[in-house]
Design a protein around this ligand. Structure first.
Ligand SMILES: *Cc1c(COP(=O)(O)O)cnc(C)c1O
Length: 404
C-alpha cells in the first residue's frame, strides 16, 4: 500500500488570497454601485514589450523549419542566454560569474521551492519575517520545519528573523546558527532593501558559520539607489556561500511566459562535492529548463531596444509606486518601500490589525490591498500595496485614501 508524504498535511494552507477574494466579492455584492480598485496585485499587468514579442515570433518560425528546429534544450539552458546573463547581470556589475554557473529554468518560484532538495533533511533554515511564502512551504513539504503552532503561526524548527520598523526592516544575525538563509532584496512584501555593506555582513557571517545564503533577486531591475547591490556576487566571498535566484517575471513581464535562472558558483563545496554538480544532476534528469522559444525571448531582454522598452515599463510601475508612497505619507501614514521595489509597506494607523485595516480600506475607500500578517507573524500591524495597477486607478485609489 502506498503512503503519502505526510508533510503535505502539515501545510496550514494559504487562506490569505482566498479570504481576500471572498471578502471583496461579498462587499461588491452588497455594494453594486461601488467601483473597487485593486492595489493588491502581485503580478505584472503591462503587456510583453515589442522586442520580446518579435523574438518570440522569430523563434516560433524557426521551430517550423527542419534546419532550425530545436528539441530538448541543453541541461543548463542555451549558451546564448547564459552568456548574455553572465555578461549583463554579472560582468557589468563587477561580479565574477561564468555562463556555466547559470542554470536556466522556468522561473524563480519553482527554483526557490526546489533548491532545498540538494540539502540534507536536518539543515536549519532561517527566513526573514514577513517572507515570500514559498521558502517556508517547500521546507515544510520536505519535513524540515518541525511542528506548527496555529496560534502564533510559528514553525518550531524555523529560525525567524523579524524585519520591522525597529530594525529598519534589515534582519539581525540570528542567535541560533542556521544552515540555509533565505534573503530577498529588494524585498517582497516590504519593498525595502539592503546596502552592499549590510549584505557583506551576511556573506561574511555565512562563510564563517558554514551556511548557504539563497538570495532571491527577482526585483533587481527596480533598484534606483546607488548603494543597493544588484547581485549578491558584488560582495566579497559570495562565491563560496551564495546561490542566487533570478527571474524574468517582474523585470520583463514573463509571469505567464515563465523564465528564470539559478546561479551556483563552482566554489561552493561541501565535503569535496560541489553544489553545482548536485544541481546539475537534478536539473539534467528532471528538467529541461525553459523552451527554446522562451529562452530566445529572454535573450532579447538584454538587447539595446529590449532594455529601453523594459526601462519604460519599470518606470511606469515606479511612477505608481511613487504616487502611492508620497500620497500615503501626505496622509500621515508611516511607509517604507516603493523606491527600489514595486511594493509599498505601511504601518496600520491607530494600532489596527492588518485585517482590520483591510476591512477599513475596503469599506471606506473601496480599495483592496494585502494584510501584512499574511506574510508572517511580524507582518501583523502592516499592510502591502502594489504598483502593478494602472496609473489612473492608482491615482484614484490614493485620492480616496487621502480623503478618509
Ligand atoms: C514574483 C516573485 C518571484 C518570481 O517568480 P517566477 O517564478 O520567476 O515568476 C520570485 N521571488 C519573489 C520574492 C517574487 O515576489
Amino acid at each position: 500500500m502506498y503512503q503519502i508524504n505526510e508533510n503535505y498535511l502539515k501545510l496550514p494552507g494559504s487562506y490569505l488570497f482566498s479570504t481576500i477574494a471572498k471578502k471583496v466579492n461579498e462587499f461588491q455584492e452588497k455594494n453594486q454601485d461601488k467601483s473597487i480598485i485593486r492595489l493588491g496585485i502581485g503580478d505584472v499587468t503591462q503587456p510583453l514589450a515589442p522586442t520580446i514579442v518579435k523574438a518570440l515570433h522569430k523563434a516560433v518560425d524557426e521551430m517550423a523549419c527542419e534546419k532550425t528546429f530545436h528539441g530538448y534544450a541543453p541541461d543548463l539552458g542555451y549558451e546564448f542566454l547564459r552568456s548574455a546573463m553572465a555578461k549583463n547581470d554579472y560582468e557589468k556589475r563587477g561580479a565574477k560569474i561564468s555562463a556555466d554557473e547559470i542554470f536556466i529554468s522556468d522561473g524563480a518560484k519553482s527554483d526557490s521551492a526546489n533548491i532545498q532538495e540538494i540539502f540534507g533533511k536536518d539543515n536549519k533554515i532561517a527566513v526573514c519575517d514577513p517572507v515570500y511564502p514559498v521558502y517556508v512551504d517547500s521546507n515544510v513539504m520536505a519535513g524540515r520545519t518541525g511542528t506548527y503552532d496555529r496560534i502564533t503561526e510559528i514553525w518550531s524548527d524555523v529560525i525567524y528573523m523579524p524585519c520591522v520598523e525597529e530594525n529598519n526592516f534589515i534582519p539581525e544575525l540570528p542567535k541560533k546558527t542556521p544552515d540555509l538563509i533565505y534573503l530577498c532584496y529588494p524585498n517582497n512584501p516590504t519593498g525595502t532593501t539592503i546596502t552592499k555593506e549590510q549584505l557583506q555582513v551576511w556573506v561574511d557571517y555565512a562563510n564563517q558559520v558554514g551556511a548557504i545564503i539563497i538570495y532571491d533577486s527577482a526585483y533587481e531591475a527596480y533598484i534606483t539607489e546607488e548603494d543597493v547591490p544588484h547581485t549578491i556576487y558584488e560582495c566579497d566571498g559570495a562565491r563560496t556561500c551564495a546561490i542566487e535566484l533570478r527571474s524574468f517575471s517582474k523585470n520583463a513581464g514573463f509571469t505567464g511566459v515563465r523564465l528564470g535562472a539559478t546561479v551556483i558558483p563552482k566554489d561552493i563545496v561541501c565535503n569535496g562535492v560541489t553544489l553545482h554538480s548536485l544541481w546539475a544532476r537534478r536539473h539534467g534528469t528532471k528538467y529541461n529548463g525553459a523552451p527554446y522559444i522562451v529562452q530566445r525571448a529572454g535573450e532579447a531582454v538584454y538587447s539595446e531596444e529590449g532594455q529601453r522598452e523594459l526601462k519604460q515599463q519599470i518606470a511606469y510601475y515606479m511612477k505608481n509606486a511613487h504616487t502611492i508612497k508620497t500620497g500615503l505619507m501626505e496622509a500621515g501614514y508611516r511607509v517604507v518601500g516603493g523606491v527600489n521595489a514595486p511594493y509599498i509597506w505601511l504601518k496600520t494607523p491607530n494600532n489596527m490589525t492588518s485585517w482590520e485595516f483591510f476591512d477599513y480600506l475596503l469599506e471606506k475607500a473601496n480599495v483592496v490591498g494585502t494584510p501584512g500578517s499574511g506574510f508572517g507573524p511580524s507582518g501583523e500591524g502592516y499592510f502591502r500595496l502594489t504598483a502593478f495597477g494602472s496609473y489612473e486607478n492608482t491615482v484614484s485609489a490614493i485620492e480616496r485614501i487621502k480623503g478618509l
